[in-house]
Structure formats: C-alpha cells, structure tokens
Design a protein around this ligand. Structure first.
Ligand SMILES: CC(C)(COP(=O)(O)OP(=O)(O)OC[C@H]1O[C@@H](n2cnc3c(N)ncnc32)[C@H](O)[C@@H]1OP(=O)(O)O)[C@@H](O)C(=O)NCCC(=O)NCCS
Length: 199
C-alpha cells in the first residue's frame, strides 16, 4: 500500500481473529468459491454496482491485490472459527488519489448467515488490521442509503456519518445516493478494542 511501513497497533489490535470469525488471505483453493460469489449479485452486491468477472480476471486481481493499493479485489476471506466455513469476503482500497484514507468493503455472501453479527465482527477486525498495518489517518466506507445493514454495522463500530453523496452509484437501473462514514485514527485509538474484535 502507499501508506508506508507496518505500524503495529497496541495490544492485540491488528490480529485477524475474533470470537467467532477470522480473516485470512484467499488460498488458491478458495478461488472457485470466490468466483461463484463475485459473480452472484445476491452474494456480493444486492445494493451495489455489479460487474461480472472472468475466472482468470478474478484470479489475477486476487494475486495482484497485495501490491495494488487501489485494488477492489477480495483481500481476506471471512471464516467462521467453529467450523472453518467461509462466510464472506472483505477488502480495502485507497479511495482517493490525493487523500490519506482507505475505504473498506465487506460482504457476508451467504444470505442465511447475515444478521448474526458476523459482518460487524469481520469489519471490526478489518478496521483494526488496516489501522495497525498502515499509516492512514482515517478509514472510511460508503453505503447505499437503502442498505441499513451496511450503515448500521458502521455505526455500531463507532464510525461517524460524514455526509451524503447524491446520485453517485448506479445499480439496478438507477442512480442511488450513498452515505459516507469514517473513523479517524484518534477515534479508533480512543475507543479501545471493540467487543466484536476481542479474542
Ligand atoms: C452489510 C452486511 C455485511 C452486514 O453484515 P451482517 O453480518 O448481516 O450484519 P450484522 O449481523 O453484523 O449486523 C450489523 C448491523 O446491521 C443491523 N442489521 C442487520 N441486518 C439488518 C437488516 N436486514 N435490516 C436492518 N438492520 C440490519 C444489525 O442489527 C446491526 O446493527 P445494530 O448493531 O445496530 O443492531 C451483510 O448484510 C451483507 O453482506 N450484505 C450484502 C453485501 C453488502 O451490502 N455489503 C455492504 C456494501 S460495502
């Protein structure tokens, strides 16, 4: 990433394992599942832009993501600890050429596993990881105004609503407004390890 050398966070922050889920980089064996998910709008993009990917294109973007700060590829697989079942994927990307901020994205790809707290725990781990590994001063996320689970998740993790961007996202045949959320490093340091992120 552009943000320089690793900066270890305090205590157990930056770990990739919480009480119920852990995050791990995709292994080659995960690619068929990721390919299925990334090509299923209900799995990854019920409230978002959706683009079909080729298997080779996905494999290449996953391979190149570690050296591409702007990559939107899935960077980490969300796995349930009790049975190692993959539940979803998360990613992060340098959101703006001139600003020192990284945006997160996240999907619990099995609809029947949503609403059980896995998403909040995964994003808490992801935010801890990004703040611990990079020098960024802010971590953000953008959610469709019609996607309450996404922005409720951010609010639960202490992100603040920073604004609304009108007509910024085209999907399902129309333009949608999005809400922008952010968590500054100072806020992250103040709030301490979130319950969702404690091991
Ligand atoms: C957004 C998403 C990752 C949330 O993960 P999740 O595991 O379902 O969410 P959680 O169970 O951790 O709940 C997070 C918050 O959303 C709320 N929530 C969950 N499902 C909800 C629903 N259907 N309607 C309203 N709020 C909901 C929860 O109550 C919780 O808020 P709270 O702490 O204030 O109660 C998941 O719904 C998903 O993958 N959706 C499809 C992909 C997507 O939209 N990704 C976000 C775009 S970047």
């Amino acid at each position: 990433m552009n943000s320089g050398s690793a900066r270890p966070g305090p205590g157990r922050r930056g770990h990739l394992s919480g009480p119920r889920v852990r995050l791990r980089p995709p292994a080659p064996e995960d690619l068929p599942l990721l390919f299925r998910w990334m090509n299923d709008p209900e799995a990854v993009a019920p409230w978002d832009r959706f683009e079909v990917d080729s298997y080779e294109g996905l494999a290449q973007s996953v391979r190149e993501a570690p050296t591409d700060p702007r990559s939107l590829a899935p960077r980490l697989v969300v796995v349930r600890r009790e049975d190692d079942k993959p539940l979803g994927v998360v990613g992060y990307y340098l959101a703006h050429n001139a600003l020192d901020t990284v945006d997160l994205w996240y999907a619990i790809c099995l609809p029947e596993e949503r609403g059980k707290g896995y998403g909040a725990e995964a994003v808490s781990l992801l935010a801890d990881f990004v703040f611990s590994q990079q020098k960024v001063s802010r971590v953000g996320a953008v959610a469709d105004v019609e996607n309450p689970p996404s922005y409720h998740l951010l609010e639960r993790l202490g992100f603040s609503l920073e604004g609304r961007v009108r007509q910024a996202l085209f999907h399902h045949g129309q333009w949608h407004d999005v809400v922008v959320y952010g968590l500054t490093r100072a806020e992250w340091e103040r709030k301490g390890p979130s319950p969702a992120g404690q091991a």
